[in-house]
Design a protein around this ligand. Structure first.
Ligand code: EPU
Length: 439
């Protein structure tokens, strides 16, 4: 993937017209592929995975695995096979781990298989403090010691001992925390019970696959997950391939884009059930949406005026509630529809800061406190230079640039390339005037 030399996108806005047409395909889910790749450490033979999106986060987690000693084969057609049998090291690369929060998921299986792991405080999008106490508490409950030296966390069990199953109650629902401890529990000794777990579909998807390979996980996709550890016996994926599920956040982002700018648009290769709340809200607001098994269709939308769509209040919530990752695209939607909407971001305290840039474009948004804003619509947005503070807000800027009058320049391309594969190609296909400017 050649993205290092690219610096920005230029988008010519539609100025309120609704002309996007055709099909836009959803890629494999970033937040499913990361724990899936991390789970390769639990296997005694090759772990193969298909429908892998060509994004920077995948490149980075593969580098992390390779630096531990894993061999990775890239096969034809978005497929990778990973062999973790030659892993000798247990320290996650500092520089890469600091680039992505998802890196910490590797800590669970590494600790469970090798009895030791070290990692720096993980990085990622700037959306809040993003503590790791839930991970550390879980590891400790499972019998590990945690040492912190020069900003590096080293977690280990005594020589000859195994990680032990434990009862863990998450004080905050955490997605990567649930994934990390679930993966650790798979080859630990005894039973692990995770309560107040995250219920995101990515967690159930990977658990189902691991079960088909010898793991004993019950309840993934609910708030209580029970894992009976194999006591060190590794899983086997002989003749099985994990197919990455479609990215529900990408599907939702395209749906919001379609609602505002699409005439007849099909979002294909997605699971509408995974964004039930968004579909219901947009339908209630007036967007003409039809659903197929693996697609969402917006039909005859060009003749409807956005200013006649109704305002809606949004409260972000863990799955199956309104995803925090769709909050920023949804705010752009609300700037275009009729009336005042309250948006309450309950998960991350820094995830509304991007709204300053929307205000500069002409949006009428009042920030009440770091978690709550009031959006008043409709407003005509004007193109300008934008820099997204995180992956999802950056895509929200793409949407605002597409609806705006005039041209916008979007910087910080590194965020979009972390999570959206070949975004300009897919947007161009449906009629967006977008170019990537290289250095
Ligand atoms: N939290 C704690 N302590 C912890 C862990 C989390 O207090 O040890 C708090 C966080 O501060 C936050 C809340 O719990 O307030 C939820 O955080 P969570 O741990 O669920 O977030 P995450 O696992 O770090 C994943 C996704 C994010 C997505 C969130 C919420 C991955 C790699 N990342 O993050 O995705 O926003 O869940 O759904 O799966 C993105 O894709 O752009 C993205 C940021």
């Amino acid at each position: 993937m050649k993205t290092e030399n690219t610096t920005k996108f230029i988008i010519k806005g539609l100025g309120g017209k609704k002309t996007l047409n055709g099909k836009i395909e959803v890629s494999g889910a970033k937040n499913a592929v990361l724990p899936a790749l991390a789970s390769s450490i639990l296997f005694k033979d090759k772990f193969c995975i298909s429908n892998v999106p060509d994004i920077k986060d995948v490149e980075n987690i593969n580098i992390l695995l390779e630096r531990l000693g894993a061999s990775i084969e890239k096969k034809q057609g978005k497929k990778y096979c990973i062999d973790t049998n030659n892993i000798k090291l247990t320290n996650l690369d500092t520089e890469i781990s600091k680039k992505m929060r998802g890196s910490i998921v590797l800590a669970g299986p590494t600790l469970a298989r090798f009895g030791k792991v070290s990692f720096p405080y993980p990085g990622g999008c700037v959306i809040g403090t993003r503590p790791i106490d839930a991970f550390l508490n879980g590891f400790k409950k499972m019998g590990a010691r945690v040492k912190i030296e020069k900003d590096i966390y080293t977690v280990s069990v005594s020589k000859g001992k195994k990680l032990k199953g434990a009862n863990v109650f998450f004080d905050r629902v955490t997605v990567t925390g649930t994934e990390t401890l679930m993966l650790a529990g798979v080859v630990a000794e005894g039973k692990t019970i995770l309560k107040n777990s995250a219920m995101e579909p990515e967690i159930k998807d990977i658990a189902d696959f691991l079960n088909s390979c010898g793991a004993k996980i019950k309840g993934a996709g609910t708030s209580t997950i029970e894992i009976t550890g194999t006591g060190g016996k590794l899983l086997s994926a002989k003749n099985k391939i994990y197919k990455t599920m479609p990215d529900r956040i990408e599907a939702g982002s395209f749906l919001i884009l379609g609602a505002l700018t699409g005439d007849n648009l099909e979002i294909i290769n997605c699971n509408p059930e995974h964004i039930r709340i968004l579909i219901n809200i947009l339908k209630k607001s007036g967007v003409p949406i039809k659903e197929g098994k693996n697609k969402i269709i917006i039909e005859g939308n060009g003749k409807l005026k956005n200013k006649n769509f109704k305002c809606v209040d949004i409260i972000t919530h863990e799955y199956p509630g309104f995803p925090t990752d769709l909050q920023s695209p949804m705010v752009v939607y609300l700037t275009q529809v009729n009336g005042q909407s309250l948006v309450f971001e309950t998960i991350f305290e820094g995830r509304l800061n991007y709204t300053n840039e929307l205000i500069e474009m002409g949006a009428d948004i009042i920030m009440w406190d770091p978690h709550r804003i009031m959006v008043k619509g409709p407003t005509q947005l004007k193109g300008r230079e934008l820099s997204g503070p995180d992956l999802r807000a950056e895509f929200a800027f793409f949407i605002s640039a597409i609806i705006a009058k005039g041209e916008s320049v979007i910087n910080n391309v590194r965020y979009i390339d972390r999570g959206y594969e070949q975004i300009e190609k897919r947007l161009k296909n449906i009629g967006v005037d977008i170019v990537r400017i290289k250095n």
